[in-house]
Design a protein around this ligand. Structure first.
Ligand code: AMP
Length: 286
C-alpha cells in the first residue's frame, strides 16, 4: 500500500517500507531515519536537514506512539496535522514518509517491551511511568523496520537520546545515533509541538525555563553549590507562574548519573508544568 504526493513517497506498512528502503539501498545509498510524532516544526526540520547533509536518502516517520503516553497524559489531544507535515517534508525533499497506524505497529497479540534500566530512571522517568519503555520499544521497532545507517534525535529530549544510545549499544543494533542541538525561538523557548497548548500569557512565561537552566549552568561552571542553585531555579520557576516543577537537576551528560562537582560533559535538565503544557529543556554546563 503506497501513496504519493508530489515528490514524496508515503508508506503505511512495514512491508512497503522495507521494499522502499531496499530499493534505495540497492544503489548503495546511505540511509538516514528521522523518527517523529508529527506536528512538525523547525526543530524537526533541523533533524531532516542534518540527515540530508549526512546521508543520501532520508526516511521520516510520523507515529504518535500510544505506549509512551501515560493514562492521564495528552495522547488524544496531541496535535495531528498530517497534510501540513506532508507539505513540509515534500518541500524539504524527503525521500520516504512512513506513517503506520497503531495496529500496524502493535498488531493483535503484540507482547514485547524493551526497558533500558538505569538511564530511564529519574528525571522524566520518575514522573512519566513507563514512558521510556514505550520510547525504547517503538524506536527499536522503527530501527529494525527501516534498518537505516544513521538515525537522528534531538538533544531537546536529552534523556530520550541517552536511552536510545544505550539501547542501540546494548542490542548491537547496527546504526549510528546522531544527536542534533535544540532549535529555539528567539527568546530561548525550545520549539515543541506541545507549545501549541500555551495561552498567550503562558507563552510569555515559558522562556523562563531555558533562562533559569542557563543561570544554573553558568553558576555551576563558576563553582556554585549544585543543589543550592537547582533549588533556587525551582523557586524562581514557581514564582514566575509554572504550576509545578518536576525537576531541575545537573547530570553527567553521558550516563545521566548525578553530578557531584563541575566537570566536562555536564548538563542541566529541567521539566515544569505551565498551564496545559509540560515543558522540558536542558543546556550544557559551559
Ligand atoms: P517529537 O515529534 O516531539 O517526538 O520529536 C521528534 C524528534 O524531534 C525527537 O528526536 C526530538 O528530540 C526532536 N525535536 C523536537 N523538538 C526539537 C527542537 N526544538 N530542536 C531539535 N530537535 C527537536
Amino acid at each position: 500500500m503506497t501513496e504519493s504526493v508530489p515528490s514524496l513517497k508515503i508508506v503505511r506498512d512495514v512491508a512497503s517500507l522495507r521494499r522502499r528502503v531496499q530499493g534505495l539501498r540497492s544503489s548503495n545509498q546511505m540511509i538516514a531515519l528521522v523518527p517523529t510524532m508529527g506536528a512538525l516544526h523547525a526543530g524537526h526540520m533541523a533533524l531532516v536537514e542534518r540527515a540530508k547533509a549526512l546521508a543520501d536518502k532520508v526516511v521520516v516517520t510520523i507515529f504518535v506512539n500510544p505506549t509512551q503516553f501515560g493514562p492521564d497524559e495528552d495522547l488524544a489531544a496531541y496535535p495531528r496535522q498530517e497534510s501540513e507535515d506532508w507539505t513540509l517534508l515534500a518541500a524539504a525533499d524527503v525521500d520516504v514518509l512512513y506513517m503506520p497506524d497503531a495496529l500496524a505497529m502493535y498488531p493483535e497479540h503484540f507482547q514485547t517491551e524493551i526497558r533500558v534500566s538505569d538511564v530511564s530512571q529519574g528525571l522524566c522517568g520518575a514522573h512519566r511511568a513507563g514512558h521510556f519503555d514505550g520510547v525504547a520499544t517503538v524506536v527499536a521497532k522503527l530501527l529494525l523496520q527501516a534498518s537505516p545507517d544513521i538515525a537522528l534525535f534531538g538533544e531537546k529530549d536529552f534523556q530520550q537520546l541517552t536511552v536510545i544510545k544505550r539501547l542501540v549499544a546494548d542490542l548491537d543494533i547496527p546504526v549510528d545515533i546522531v544527536g542534533v542541538p535544540t532549535v529555539r525561538e528567539d527568546d530561548g523557548l525550545a520549539l515543541s509541538s506541545r507549545n501549541a497548548y500555551l495561552t498567550e500569557e503562558e507563552r510569555a512565561i515559558a522562556p523562563i525555563l531555558h533562562r533559569e537552566l542557563t543561570v544554573v549552568a553558568i553558576d555551576i561552571a563558576e563553582g556554585a553549590d549544585i543543589k543550592v542553585c537547582c533549588a533556587r531555579a525551582v523557586d524562581t520557576l514557581l514564582a514566575a507562574g509554572f504550576s509545578a516543577v518536576d525537576y531541575v537537576e545537573a547530570r553527567e551528560a553521558l550516563t545521566l548519573s548525578s553530578l557531584m562537582a563541575h566537570g566536562p560533559d555536564a548538563r542541566v535538565l529541567g521539566a515544569a508544568q505551565l498551564g496545559g503544557a509540560r515543558l522540558i529543556d536542558n543546556v550544557p554546563v559551559p
